[in-house]
Design a protein around this ligand. Structure first.
Ligand code: XMP
Length: 511
């Protein structure tokens, strides 16, 4: 079944994925595509509406990404946001100019004319602005719909042609009625019905996988992370015992993680789940290695080797399941970026497994949708809301050489951190939080004795997509409890520090 869908054309704005997520939250399927999509491609995509995202350029600047004006003659409603809004008058002969002062942050704006966009939104409310250029004259056929004190064309449109522009960012939470405005665009302007729900998605996918797999064999590398767990559970629901999952226990997982994976998936759901015990092997390969990139490489390579060995035992399979999600497949069209860290995930597996085809059931989903599918499938919050954990796991949270002793100290400290965050009810407010064992020892005094032990660092960040992050403002009393508990309950830790660096300049993980 083809869902009704909206096309979000990406002009490089920092909130581009957020726009797409908001549309999907409003139960309309959408894709984020590069803005240079051709008219033929757009027609073939057959959207019920098109949204232009914001972007860093000036419409009149050299090399600014534009669109073929023919896009406005397709009879498909258009909503331009920020740069995307300026593009519309620019292409129709209006005026866009550089303003002397930029406008950032919250602004009060008022609707000056009713339109389908303003349905059920108070006449005056707060929106979030982030721009320097602004529209100074509208082309013929367009009328002003809303204004702030300093931005006379905050919203405008050609109501007959269903072409709208908003200077502010309706997708960010600081725009009070932003979500309602997007909803109005989808339902009042584009005539959406809202056929994109996770319940429907699960039913469709299970049927699709059943039809595709029949009684053939499927293999899945289970990492314990949300994506592979949800992908495996979905496939398991479709094909039962014909799915074989392999969990590589590299001995670098967080406290209780391997046990939980086995309990939930093998014992609870009855999955055909094999655990490859490779802790000793990984530790021996990591002996004496201190360079972060070397650690990452060794773990990535060994992981593939262990998986290959296990899959040889299983023999040829027909399909390999991958937990690829939508942000992994979006073509942003941006240039190549520098390699900051060589990420390890299970993407390298296709080369070593004897299989015919790949199943990627989550390929169309954003992370929050993956979580909702997990909940829909009955997975517990502890799995569905698990924080992202890097492939090399604790090895890159141990500065310097990875040893059993450091692993034990870190596991216990990290566990306490997680327990206290949960106790304080902060799990969902903080994007990722974990402990790090630094390569420094300091002097302390514990029970009248001098100690010379490890410094543990706490890292907690808020983020949307891990590309940028800010350190989380954890209340002092919660930090105090964590510090007291770790120094009291964990061996070989006598000092706790809190990391107050954003990304950039730091990264989220320490290595
Ligand atoms: P950084 O440290 O680069 O991390 O700011 C960004 C996000 O990516 C996670 N991360 C990884 N994920 N394999 C993964 O699948 C890896 O090798 C890896 N290294 C970092 C990190 O936990 C954060 O969420």
């Amino acid at each position: 079944m083809q869902h009704e869908r909206v096309l979000v054309l990406d002009f490089g704005g920092q909130y581009n994925q957020l726009i797409a997520r908001r549309v999907r939250d409003l139960k309309v399927y959408c894709d984020l595509k590069p803005c240079d999509m051709t008219i033929e491609e757009i027609k073939a995509y057959d959207p019920i509406g098109i949204i232009f995202t914001g972007g860093p350029n000036s419409v009149y600047g050299e090399g600014a990404p534009l669109v073929d004006k023919a896009i406005f003659s397709l009879g498909i409603p258009v909503l331009g946001i920020c740069y995307g809004a300026q593009l519309i008058p620019y292409l129709f002969g209006g005026k866009v100019e550089h303003a002397e002062t930029s406008e950032y942050g919250k602004r009060e704006f008022s609707f000056v004319k009713d339109s389908p966009l303003s349905k059920d939104i108070p006449q005056t409310s707060v929106c979030w602005m982030s721009h320097t250029d602004r529209v100074t004259a509208l082309p013929a056929g367009f009328e002003v719909l809303a204004a702030t004190q300093s931005c006379p064309f905050t919203a405008f449109g050609d109501l007959k042609k269903k072409i709208y522009g908003v200077q502010f960012h309706p997708e960010v939470v600081h725009s009070e009625y932003g979500n309602k405005l997007l909803e109005n665009f989808l339902y009042e302007v584009c005539g959406a019905h809202g056929d994109w729900t996770m319940k429907g998605f699960v039913a469709e996918q299970v049927q699709k996988i059943k039809d595709r797999v029949g009684d053939k064999k499927v293999l899945c590398a289970m990492s314990g992370g949300v994506d592979s767990a949800v992908a495996a559970t979905l496939v398991h629901r479709a094909v039962g015992k014909n799915l074989i999952c392999v969990f590589v226990d590299h001995g670098l997982h967080r406290k209780n993680e391997p046990e939980e994976v086995m309990q939930v998936f093998r014992d609870g759901l009855g999955m055909n789940l094999v655990k490859a015990d490779a802790a000793e092997l990984f530790l021996s390969k990591l002996k004496g290695v201190t360079d972060p990139e070397k650690k990452r490489k060794i773990i990535g390579e060994e992981f593939i080797r262990v998986f290959e060995k296990e899959s040889k035992k299983i023999g040829a399979v027909d399909f390999l399941v991958q937990g690829t999600i939508y942000p992994d497949v979006i073509e942003s069209g941006k240039g190549k970026s520098a390699v900051i860290k060589s990420h390890h995930n299970v993407g390298g597996l296709p080369d070593v497994v004897d299989f015919k085809d790949i199943i990627e059931p989550l390929r169309d989903l954003f992370k929050d949708e993956v979580r909702r599918v997990g909940t829909e499938l009955g997975l517990a919050d502890s799995i569905v809301w698990r924080q992202p954990c890097p492939g090399p796991a604790l090895a890159i949270r141990i500065m310097g050489e990875v040893t059993e002793e450091k692993l034990a100290t870190l596991r216990d400290a990290d566990y306490i951190f997680r327990e206290e965050i949960a106790q304080a009810g902060l799990q969902r407010d903080i994007w990722q939080y974990f402990a790090v064992i630094t390569d420094s020892k300091t002097v302390g005094v514990q029970g009248d004795f001098r100690t010379y032990e490890n410094v543990i660092a706490l890292r907690a960040v808020t983020s949307v997509d891990a590309m940028t992050a800010d350190w989380a403002r954890i209340p002092f009393d919660v930090l105090e409890r964590i510090s007291t508990r770790i120094t009291n309950e964990v061996k070989h830790a006598n000092r706790i520090v809190y990391d107050i660096t954003s990304k950039p300049p730091a990264t989220i993980e320490w290595e």
